[in-house]
Write a protein that binds this ligand. Sequence first.
Ligand SMILES: [Zn+2]
Ligand SMILES: [Zn+2]
Length: 137
Amino acid sequence: MYISGGCHCGAITFIGEADPKRVAICHCTDCQKMSGGPYRSIVQVAESELTFQSGEPKIYPKIGDSGNPRELGFCESCGAHIYATSPRSSDTAERWLGIRTGLLDQVADLPPQAQVWFDSAVPWAQNIADLPRKSGQ
Ligand SMILES: [Zn+2]
Ligand SMILES: [Zn+2]
């Protein structure tokens, strides 16, 4: 499906094609630490299917919970996280970008299909449906 999105300040915008079956919630400790929340929702998009229309993410290299090197692309103006992916290697294999679904205009149409890195999931994050609800703060 068509996706469009961007960072908070609007410096970075992009469009692309995503498979709604490739949406997952990630409970890894890097997602917790870097998002500031208990987990993050991600859609895997092939790099060739994503086009940046404005701006260019700055890359923060890190080692993921997997032990593998990862690259986090973020907006250097507002700090919004755009994606995580593998470092570019010499082979021609397609890279997959884990786009943060909260950036997308279509976030409501991309419900997660799985939960990954569940061993580090925060237990209460599974049980928010019954919490009291307010329309504002
Ligand atoms: Zn920004
Ligand atoms: Zn993660």
